[in-house]
Design a protein around this ligand. Structure first.
Ligand code: FE2
Length: 297
C-alpha cells in the first residue's frame, strides 16, 4: 500500500470510507487484501474521486474474482444495450444517451431496483460483491440505501432464529417485479426467470458471522404455504431495514461503492427521471450456491 490505504467506519454498525487507494491503477496484493478485509468487516466500502473508465472498472473488479455473467438478469434486448458485456447498466438512459420514456418496459423493470434486494439472489450462484460507479449523478434524490443483514440477524429473538435456521426461499425476478404489478412475461423470460433456492440464513465464509439473506426477489419458502411465507418474509424485511441498520449513500460524481451481497441488502431511491442518472455496475461472481437446487423436472 504505497499510498497508505486506510478505512474509517462511517455508520454505527457497518460501512467504511476508504482513502489512499487509486482504483484506476492495478492494485498491489496488499491493497487487495486490505479491501477484502475491509469488506469482511464493514460489508460496504465507499471510495471518493475515482475517475475510471469501464475498462478500469472491470480490471479492478477482476482483482476480487470472476465477473458475473449478466445474462438473464433483465429485459433489455441485446441490440438495446448501452454498455459492453461485463458492465451492468443501472442508469435511466437508452442507447441514445437520453432518459428512457416513461412507458419503457426496461425503465419499468428497472424500477424494481428501488425495492430492497441483494444483487443476483435470483441466480443459483448469487453474486459476491457489487461495484457501483457514479458517472452522472441525478440532481434530485437517487440515494442508494444499504441495510446490514448481520446486525439485523443478531437482533432477532432466539425463537425466530430457531424457526428460520434451515428455511430455504425461492427467489425470482418475477416475484420482485410481480409485487410492482409487472406480471406479463414471454415464455422465454419465464424460463429465464425460473425461481432458484437460497438459504434464508447465511454464514459468511471468512468471518463466520450469520446474516439474513433476504431480497424482494424472495417470494416463497419451501414447505410453507405461500401467504404464511410472504408474511414471514415481510416481517423479517421490516425488521432488517429499520433505520439503525441502514446507511444512505448520497452520491457524488466519481464515487465508487462496493458492497457484499452476502451481508447487505440495498435499494435505490426515487429521483428525477427526466434528468440523467448514469450509474455503472460490475459484479463479482459468487463462489457456490447457498443450497441444493430443485432437480430437473
Ligand atoms: Fe441492485
Amino acid at each position: 500500500m504505497a499510498m497508505g490505504a486506510s478505512i474509517r467506519q462511517i455508520h454505527p454498525v457497518f460501512v467504511g470510507e476508504v482513502s489512499g487507494i487509486d482504483v484506476t491503477r492495478p492494485l498491489s496484493a496488499d491493497d487487495v487484501k486490505a479491501i477484502e478485509a475491509g469488506m469482511d468487516r464493514y460489508a460496504v466500502l465507499v471510495f471518493h474521486e475515482q475517475q475510471l473508465t469501464d475498462e478500469q472498472q472491470m480490471a479492478f473488479t477482476l482483482s476480487f474474482g470472476a465477473i458475473e455473467d449478466a445474462r438473464g438478469g433483465n429485459v433489455t434486448k441485446p441490440e438495446d444495450r448501452r454498455l459492453a458485456v461485463g458492465m451492468n447498466d443501472v442508469s435511466n438512459l437508452g442507447r441514445d444517451g437520453q432518459p428512457l420514456d416513461r412507458e419503457s418496459r426496461v425503465r419499468l423493470f428497472n424500477l424494481g431496483n428501488m425495492l430492497w434486494h441483494s444483487d443476483s439472489s435470483f441466480r443459483a450462484i448469487p453474486a459476491k460483491y457489487s461495484i457501483l460507479s457514479a458517472r452522472v449523478v441525478n440532481p434530485v434524490g437517487g440515494n442508494t440505501e444499504f441495510a446490514d443483514m448481520r446486525a439485523a440477524y443478531d437482533e432477532l429473538d432466539v425463537a425466530t432464529k430457531t424457526q428460520i435456521e434451515d428455511l430455504v426461499c425461492e427467489h425470482s425476478l418475477m416475484y420482485s417485479r410481480g409485487s410492482l404489478g409487472m406480471l406479463d412475461y414471454s415464455d422465454e423470460e419465464r424460463a429465464m426467470f425460473r425461481p432458484v433456492r437460497q438459504r434464508l440464513v447465511r454464514t459468511h465464509p471468512v468471518t463466520g458471522r450469520r446474516s439474513l439473506y433476504l431480497a424482494s426477489h424472495a417470494g416463497a419458502i419451501v414447505g410453507m404455504p405461500m401467504p404464511e411465507a410472504r408474511i414471514l418474509l415481510r416481517d423479517l424485511t421490516e425488521h432488517a431495514t429499520q433505520p439503525r441498520f441502514v446507511y444512505a449513500h448520497v452520491w457524488r460524481r466519481w464515487d465508487l461503492v462496493i458492497w457484499d451481497n452476502r451481508q447487505v441488502m440495498h435499494r435505490a431511491r426515487r429521483y428525477d427521471e427526466t434528468q440523467p442518472r448514469d450509474m455503472r455496475r460490475t459484479t463479482v461472481a459468487g463462489e457456490a450456491p447457498t443450497t441444493a437446487q430443485i432437480g430437473a423436472a
